[in-house]
Design a protein around this ligand. Structure first.
Ligand SMILES: [Zn+2]
Length: 275
């Protein structure tokens, strides 16, 4: 009898412990603005990731470069609404679909601005006064920002496309987030997932083509593979249906995910996810 009572008490204690742990975990709000631009409420701060804030068809096409065809859609909210309440900016790389003139103009110039060390030179030409260049890791008010590696395209395009990064975000009592960035799925990405076991993974899944040939961004199949590599993580796919060189639609990705039997969250522009 004593043994049975002990077992019951242990089970109750353990289940309380589990419930307690889940309740202790803070929620993360992630709003997709458009393309890779996200507003993240994380670790008590509001972070703006990869701000592309230009109006529709205001900068060059990535397919027909002498035409202004990008972005292919307008923002779902105003620039003021995006910038309002932002504590810091996080940038994966300086391509114009991740940091554009409209964002440079709209953002406060003294805002804490975190970027990869490879972008030191282009950022030195910009008016931001509070830039932290990340080689391995930076801390921002209790949030760890760990830089991760990846390749934007095949080796022969490295000179053209340059270095890109992703980031792991960690904060006490918050789920960890892996922002993959504009990377193909390769061993760098697989190793990052295996090492950090992130709770949330954000993939740029538009399957962009460089001049109509080389794939320079994860496509639907690669995103499904990420979901299979991290079955316990919530995979959120963005960077679709906003630029003219992206080939993957939300519908196509949804179908691929269903076929493969994996869960992928595919937010609409402007949608706020609470995770
Ligand atoms: Zn991009």
């Amino acid at each position: 009898m004593k043994k049975v009572v002990f077992a019951i008490v242990t089970i109750i204690a353990l289940s309380n412990c589990t419930t307690h742990k889940q309740n202790d975990m803070e929620k993360v709000n992630i709003q997709l603005i458009r393309n890779a631009t996200l507003k993240l409420n994380y670790g008590g701060k509001t972070l703006l990731l990869d701000p592309m804030l230009s109006p529709k068809q205001s900068f060059m096409s990535f397919v027909v470069p002498d035409k202004n065809l990008n972005p292919t859609i307008d923002m779902p909210v105003s620039v003021d609404e995006v910038v309002n309440g932002v504590d810091a900016v996080l940038l994966t790389h300086v391509h114009p679909d991740h940091l554009d003139p409209a964002a440079v103009e709209a953002l406060p110039k003294d805002i804490p601005f975190f970027a990869q060390i490879a972008d030191k030179e282009p950022l030195s030409q910009m008016p931001f006064k509070n830039v932290s260049l990340i080689n391995d890791k930076e801390m921002y008010d209790g949030i760890s920002i760990i830089r991760t590696n990846g390749k934007h395209g095949p080796d022969e395009l490295f000179e053209t496309l340059g270095t890109v990064s992703g980031y792991i975000l960690q904060a006490k009592n918050y789920p960890s987030i892996y922002i993959v960035g504009d990377c193909l799925l390769d061993d760098d990405i697989r190793n990052t997932i295996a090492t950090y076991q992130p709770d949330i993974i954000i993939t740029n899944s538009g399957g962009a083509k460089f001049m109509g040939t080389h794939t320079i961004l994860m496509d639907a199949d690669a995103t499904v593979q990420v979901a299979k590599l991290a079955p316990n993580a919530k995979v959120i796919a963005v960077h679709m249906e906003a630029l003219d060189h992206c080939t993957v639609t939300r519908e196509a990705l949804k179908n691929e995910a269903e076929k493969a039997g994996v869960q992928i969250v595919i937010p609409a522009d402007g949608e706020i996810l609470e995770l």
